[in-house]
Design a protein around this ligand. Sequence first.
Ligand code: G3D
Length: 179
Amino acid sequence: MGVTFSQVWARLFSSKEVKLLILGLDAAGKTTILYKITTGEVVAAAATVGSNHEVYTYKNMKLGLIDIAGQSSHRQSWSQYFQATSGVILVIDSTDRARMDLVRQELLKMMSDENLKDALLLVYANKQDLPNAMSPSEVSTGLNLTSLKDRDWQIFGASALKGAGLFEGLDWLVGKLAE
Ligand code: G3D
């Protein structure tokens, strides 16, 4: 998966958006993360219908962040967004032990999609501010991340509410995109 100098140059300085999808089950914290990153605020938002799209320039990279609704009825249409995606930001509610298996299955499904074969995977183990949250390492085990072959992935503990961990994750992603 070689990236030439001219590709890096184009990614860094062209006005083209780097497409990043924010995915995860409903109530994982996707919309909260989108607006915490782009506005610095925790914005009270109604449940996402379809998607929210924000453009955010970070470290000279123009990121097109697309937060897609995660209810089961919407998950079937996730793949419609996959084309030309550079990275997936998977948001996990770290307190939601009951649905870890479901997220793992959804992750496997999306990672096997041809349109995402080169996409980076950033996982936010969100809601770390809550006392019953699984640690990032527990979430990683639950998702079986180490089984993902030929995939650049990284997991970060995060709290969208407190703003913790979000930019550490974004730094990793942008660093990888610039490689
Ligand atoms: P979604 O876009 O993935 O569906 P939302 O999820 O961003 O709408 O968040 C769902 C609920 O989780 C919201 O609470 C939101 O405030 C809360 N939430 C998001 N991130 C965190 C976090 O890091 N910690 C805690 N404690 N809560 C978080 P409401 O009450 O509005 O439904």
